[in-house]
Design a binder for this molecule. Sequence first.
Ligand SMILES: Cc1ncc(C[n+]2csc(CCOP(=O)(O)OP(=O)(O)O)c2C)c(N)n1
Ligand SMILES: [Mg+2]
Length: 281
Amino acid sequence: MEKLFGKDLSVMAYRARLLAVDAIHRAKSGHPGGSLSCLDALTTLYFNEMNLNPDDPGWPDRDRFVLSKGHCAPALYAVLALRGFFPVEELQKLRSIEGHLSGHPDMKHVPGVDMSTGSLGQGLSTAVGMALAAKHLGKAYRSYAICGDGEVAEGQIWEAVMAAAKWDLDNLCVFIDVNGLQIDGATRDVMPTEPLDKKLEAFNWHVIKIDGHDVSQILAALSEARRTKGRPTAILMATVKGKGVSFMENQAGWHGKAPNDDEFAIAKAELESKIKELEEN
Ligand SMILES: Cc1ncc(C[n+]2csc(CCOP(=O)(O)OP(=O)(O)O)c2C)c(N)n1
Ligand SMILES: [Mg+2]
């Protein structure tokens, strides 16, 4: 596959947004808010950064990815389908007994899913394990993860952060999706997790802060992470929960709710017009 850059990455991210919201609408359940906020990062990982082979999802030398905030599975499924791991039509069977796409990622049934997640806080530990395994095996593959800004209130996250620093895991790169919201309100009200940069630096991580919807900043951060030796990198990305669908943006109420038919019609029109605008400019 030719790597995507710039506008082509943004178009792909918006196509994935439309597929994710469409799947949640059909399923009548799922998590649109956090799926939409992390899709520029996810798309950049799968269409530029990561070394993968969709024809051989278990290729031992592939880069690894863990969606630690597993409730955002629709975003991961949309990107995996667009990248060729399984047919895009499968997305229409999200959360259906007819299909293989559960509400949270399942590594046993979905090609391209490296780790089953959904219980917040656990995924990052497995990404640490994958990076540590690469070091032990002398392999060049890298390990990536995406965590939520609410998720990092879990104590296990900080055990993983500590362990990654102990083993100098410079082959580990973690995005934290700082959208300011978690399940039923602002992260700072439910459990304040900031200042994340100072906390992670105190744990001896390299920290980069970016706009999580600017693909050029995402690409530059990933490149800086690859050049950083002797310690893991955290990319703190400022994002908008519900990005791309006006009535979902910055609304905690859209954390885990499916749009009805009328709402989906509006979401679809907005996302399609954004795709058209990007393609034309
Ligand atoms: C251990 C655990 N506790 C609670 C939940 C329920 N839960 C699902 S999503 C969520 C909020 C997550 O917020 P955040 O990490 O900020 O995700 P995002 O905003 O990106 O959707 C919670 C509490 C869970 N999945 N796992
Ligand atoms: Mg959040």
